[in-house]
Design a binder for this molecule. Sequence first.
Ligand code: SF4
Length: 286
Amino acid sequence: MLLNRKGQGNLWFGADYTINLYRGCHFGCIYCDSRSECYRIEAFDTVRLKETVFTELEQEMRIKRRKGVISIGAMSDSYNRMESSQGATRHLLELADRYGFGIQITTKSASILDDLEILKRIAVHSPVCIAVTITTFDEADRQWIEPYSSSTQERFRALEALKKAGIYAGITMMPLIACLNDSQANLTAIARQGISTGIDFIYPYPGVTMRDRQRDYFMSKIQVHRPDLIKVYRQYGDRYEWLIREPKRRMQELKALLDPQGITMSMPVIIARYKTSRSNRQESLF
Ligand code: SF4
């Protein structure tokens, strides 16, 4: 079974189903939660295709009585390096178009534009919402924090193209990590360029969760690139949630920038807007 059913009121973009087409991810984000032991993904940086994607997915989607939105990109970026040769994400999108499902994708790759035409086709009949994750405006920092992903500016260009194509799209600004990317200057720079790009939302999380193997990997990279921060992060010990400095204040400053532009930071509002944007567009056609 590839499609996992989510309960009603699921707060992650209100998705009805989630799916992971690949195991592992090569983007190398130093904070990646999917490295945690509980997911049991060995050799995480080696991407593997789930064997049944091309043999069973169509049957699963065809017989689903309840259609709804499928969310992808949680455990492995949907536009990882295998996608150009394997095309599993493209296959899912084609099936979503054929069988009437909506799509929600979270990605750090500008390669999502390879599927722009099919996303436009799905958006005619079902909800589509694209979240491009942007955590670090400074490109030098981005290169070691998320080393094999698209650059920050490539991601903004992808957002611009998505918006021009009429797709509901915005930024997932997560995780935010104390002393690394939680400065007001970083948040403001991302928000300002987001505003000029015409995005619909920014969904931030003012912290990061850390577990076992994930924490070890993170600390090993901090040791190499920012040894001055080792002491700061040791203070969190085994704590699961590492909040940023002054999280309330940072979120209020962000909201003050976005509110006047009508850009929401609220997940319930994002869900309500993208799930109705298709019908709104159809109404405007007639
Ligand atoms: S893109 Fe996502 S899944 Fe891939 S390494 Fe980064 S955080 Fe992990």
